[in-house]
Design a protein around this ligand. Structure first.
Ligand SMILES: [Zn+2]
Length: 363
């Protein structure tokens, strides 16, 4: 074949190939658009429609999951004896964590008695037995970390009449809630409170609303242990919606603040183990990535795009459709890096993205 002929043949083949590709794309495009429009036009109002583009493999909120991601070993704690229903872990001189591997509280022994930090609903009735394993002294003080029932709703079951110490905001909320299982504190403070009993010290301090109003830092300087409840979740994804933080920017500030404190052991109030500085660093890194991913997704999605034109007059629907697409982008962005690093990533990542985008838009 002449060189000219060879080039001509090649040109013809390439043209045919390009032509076919373009034609196929047009046909698919037209088919997709008409299918989507037909789907939208024929949609039964209020029922699920065609999935959003690039839908993550992780099931969105409200969809049943057959098997969640396995919990990595790094997130597990020592086992709990089912007969006892709790385990006790020594954190330092006279300082102990008690947990059922889902929720955690602390007690500290001193020469004449015991100070308890939080009385969780789930195992408060067993705290006296846990204390009796290390001392026969009575509970003289009870500190409330914050007002939530899961952490202090077992206060009555400790027995006796301990002095109860809490932040002023905690007492305000408890007075409102009038819950007989959460008696009011007898001693309150606004900024700092130093509890000195025998040779033991606990330093209480307030850093504003993050998780909830009145949630305090509890520091045992001698034992180099910091207790802050419902803010850091060692090895785990935070509970849904950033652990229901009432002030998300405040929560970010508190996590940064915790990172500056001088401690070796951290108690977060939930999950199966105590924490370390590395756990705090990891959670802050996750939260920074979450914020960046939500910010990017808010920028990269346009409100109203792909919305059924018939719904344009419905501002709630208009935003739901937009925010769903923002969450899709946010989850897709975070999954490769974080799905294997934090236990239960799949359980709550959608919740975290929804909470974060909302905070970025309104806080
Ligand atoms: Zn709480």
């Amino acid at each position: 074949m002449e060189p000219w002929n060879r080039d001509m043949h090649r040109w013809v083949y390439v043209s045919i190939a390009i032509g076919c590709t373009v034609l196929t794309s047009v046909v698919i495009g037209v088919f997709w658009i008409s299918a989507s429009l037909a789907a939208q036009n024929g949609a039964r109002p209020g029922t699920p429609g065609v999935p959003y583009a690039n839908m993550p493999a992780i099931a969105p909120i409200g969809v049943r999951v057959d098997k969640y991601l396995d919990v990595p070993d790094s997130a597990k704690g020592p086992t709990v004896d089912p007969a006892k229903g709790y385990r006790t872990q020594k954190l330092g001189d006279g300082l102990y964590m008690i947990t059922d591997n889902a929720i955690q509280s602390v007690f500290m022994t001193y020469e004449d008695g015991v100070v308890v930090v939080d009385a969780p609903q789930s195992f408060a009735s067993r705290i006296p037995a846990a204390i009796a394993e290390v001392t026969d002294k009575p509970i003289t003080h009870l500190i409330y970390s914050h007002f939530h029932a899961d952490h202090i709703g077992g206060a009555r079951r400790l027995g006796g009449h301990p002095i109860i110490i809490a932040h002023t905001e905690t007492n305000r909320l408890l007075a409102r809630d009038k819950d007989p299982d959460r008696p009011l504190a007898t001693v309150t403070f606004d900024r700092d409170y130093r509890l000195s009993v025998g040779s033991q010290v606990l330093e209480l301090s307030y850093h504003g609303t993050g998780h909830s109003p009145g949630n305090i830092f509890i520091y045992a300087p001698k034992q180099r242990t910091l207790v802050v409840i419902d803010v850091i979740f060692p090895g785990w994804m935070p509970w849904r919606r950033l652990a229901l933080a009432q002030d998300v920017p405040g929560l970010f500030e508190q996590v940064k603040e915790i990172g500056k404190w001088d401690f070796d052991t951290f108690v977060g109030g939930h999950v199966a183990r105590s924490g370390t500085r590395a756990d705090v660093t990891m959670q802050l890194a996750f939260m920074d990535d979450l914020k960046a991913a939500a910010q990017t997704a808010l920028k990269n999605n346009t409100p109203g795009e792909g919305l059924n034109p018939a719904d344009r007059g419905n501002p709630w629907a208009f935003f739901d459709h937009y925010i769903d697409r923002v969450a899709v982008g946010c989850v897709n962005e975070l999954t490769p890096k974080w799905s294997s690093r934090l236990a239960a990533y799949d359980v709550y990542i959608w919740d975290q993205c929804y909470a974060m985008e909302q905070s970025l838009r309104i806080d």
